[in-house]
Ligand binder design. Structure first.
Ligand code: ADP
Length: 563
């Protein structure tokens, strides 16, 4: 026979505490520590990205300037030397270099030559721009000539000849176009060594910058950046760039993936393209929204864990309450049992002493006293059996001895030995046990004790209408045993609780009746060990019906019982 696996209160409490409080608390602590670390890491990451972006912009500025210097240098080398310069030679140069919108040169002795792309002069915006720039250049060249020559001397010693000055904004519909102006010193004509320095100039074409040079440069910068940070290649977010005129927000040029939105870092360009601002950001998101997303997830996880913890605390609170109630019931139980033990013991002593004195008048009196002593000791035995059974169950040591049994005969014999007592208490007793009940595997003693507990309760809780009925019948796959009384009944709210250990209904009548609160919990344990179930149907003031249902193959597993 197997011992019952025992799930005691302590194990349950420790498990609840671990599962409901310790686990979520530990999870909360671990998460918080990781969270703090990741916040720290995220801040560092954010700062690192910002630094990285700034670095990219500095390099971009440098590269763009270098490209501009390269282009201007190319044009400069083909510029006609001062003496041979004529409008036609500049026109020819313009034809070769379409990214130059205007070219000019100035010599204090020869004046200014200013030429624009002939093919574009029919465009009203371009034509107006050409006229305006021609006038401006003539004036500025005269005024700034000495300053420019001095600057060239300085720059030449550093190896850089072209010089970019204030850019020029031109009208393009309702927007501005950007043109960068480069100045350079032209070589001296060998035949005129005394000739004053000639200054040449090139004005970049606004459309070329906007539609070709800038987008190409931005895209090549982005691909360079991606190549330098290979880990970002597979990620969906990578850097994108945009260039805008300082003070204006709409992009003048952008890299292919630019998706709008606020840039993370901006830099005002300083080299060839001063007056422009280069902006960089992450595609599809911002560092702030990445942080926001992180905060949201953290809140969700923290919220979930807190709920988990609150649930755990609630569960523990309920368990503690349950334990407290149980402790109260246990102390009631001790006083009930002491009372139950004391009464039969004092009766037995009293009657035994009287018998001992031998003063009784008749033989019937002797018989009566012997019967009382027997009955009281039987009650004592039943009570002690219940307590022993209970303690075995609590300790997980209760064992059952299942045997093929004629349950009808078992019930009948059990009731027979009790019949006299029932009828002596003035009860009407009805027994309905058919002959054709199937034999089932049960523990005889345990089932008999359950039946007696139920009959005993029927007697105890029927102060007025004294009736006890016992019925046995087959119902589908089970044999049912009913114990019916017409006693005080049980309120619906208490009908489940009465099967819990130590529980007694809080009714003055029950309180004045002797009892330990163990009987029904034992019945339920025994019945469940047989794979059956015990239930009650009751109406206060009208009586109760306790039904034990035992499966026909009860205990068929043979040797043990489920807990
Ligand atoms: P005890 O009878 O020793 O108190 P039980 O576990 O047998 O303990 O019963 C638990 C409680 O169920 C009883 O205290 C009583 O309140 C209620 N009870 C049990 N049987 C009946 C019944 N036949 N009629 C009314 N109340 C009952």
């Amino acid at each position: 026979m197997k011992k019952l696996w025992h799930w005691n209160e302590r194990t349950r409490l420790v498990l609840t505490l671990e599962l409901a409080v310790v686990l979520p608390a530990a999870a909360l602590i671990i998460f918080s520590v990781r969270h703090l670390r990741s916040i720290q890491r995220d801040r560092q990451l954010e700062a690192a990205i910002q630094r990285d972006f700034y670095q990219v912009l500095v390099i971009a500025d440098k590269h763009m300037s270098e490209k501009a210097y390269e282009i201007v240098d190319q044009v400069r080398h083909e510029f006609p030397v001062s003496g041979g310069a004529c409008p036609e030679s500049l026109d020819r140069l313009l034809e070769r270099y379409p990214y130059a919108a205007h070219l000019f040169l100035y010599n204090p002795n020869r004046g200014t030559i200013f030429r624009s792309q002939r093919a574009r002069l029919h465009e009203p915006d371009f034509c107006a721009e050409s006229a305006e720039l021609e006038k401006m250049t003539a004036g500025e060249m005269k005024a700034d000539y000495d300053w420019l020559v001095k600057k060239f001397q300085e720059l030449n010693s550093k190896g850089k000849t072209p010089m970019f000055c204030e850019p020029h904004l031109v009208h393009r519909g309702d927007r501005h176009g950007y043109e960068s102006i480069a100045y350079f010193r032209l070589p001296q004509a060998p035949e005129e060594p005394e000739e004053k320095t000639t200054v040449g100039g090139m004005i970049f074409d606004a459309e070329y910058l906007r539609d070709r040079l800038f987008p190409e440069m931005l895209s090549s910068l982005i691909s360079r950046n991606l190549a330098e940070t290979p880990s970002d290649k597979n990620s969906h977010t990578h850097a994108v760039m945009m260039l805008h005129i300082r003070g204006e927000s709409y992009p003048l040029a952008k890299s292919v993936d630019w998706d709008g939105g606020a840039p993370e870092v901006e830099r005002n360009l300083e080299g060839a393209f001063s007056g422009l601002t280069l902006a960089i950001k992450l595609q599809g998101t911002t560092l702030a929204s990445l942080g926001q997303h992180f905060v949201h997830t953290s809140f969700l996880v923290l919220g979930g864990l807190s709920l988990f913890l609150a649930g755990g605390i609630l569960l523990t609170y309920r368990n503690v309450m349950k334990e407290m109630a149980l402790a109260r019931l246990k102390s009631d139980f001790v006083s009930n049992v002491s009372h139950e033990l004391r009464t039969p013991l004092s009766l037995i002593r009293l009657y035994a002493e009287t018998l001992e004195m031998g003063r009784l008048s008749s033989r019937e009196k002797y018989q009566e006293y012997y019967a009382i002593i027997r009955k009281e000791s039987e009650r004592l035995t039943a009570l002690i059996n219940n307590i022993l059974d209970f303690s075995r169950i609590e300790a997980g040591k209760k064992e059952y001895d299942f045997r093929e049994t004629d349950i009808g005969e078992l019930a009948h014999n059990t009731l027979e030995s009790y019949r006299y007592q029932i009828e002596q208490h003035g009860f009407t007793f009805q027994e309905e046990i058919p002959d054709d009940l199937p034999r089932i595997r049960i523990d005889r003693e345990a089932i008999a004790r359950s039946l007696l507990n139920l009959v005993n309760n029927a007697l105890k809780y029927s102060p007025n209408e004294k009736y006890v009925g016992v019925k046995l019948y087959r119902d589908n796959g089970s044999v049912k045993l009913e114990v019916i009384d017409h006693g005080i009944g049980i309120p619906p709210g208490e009908q489940q609780k009465i099967f819990e250990k130590f529980y007694r209904v809080g009714n003055p009548l029950v309180h004045n009746t002797k009892g330990s609160g163990l009987g029904l919990s034992l019945v339920r344990h025994i019945v469940r060990a047989h794979g059956g179930e015990v239930s009650v149907e009751s109406a206060p003031g009208h009586g109760s019906k306790f039904i034990i249902a035992l499966p026909v193959n009860a205990g068929a597993s043979g040797d043990g019982a489920p807990a």
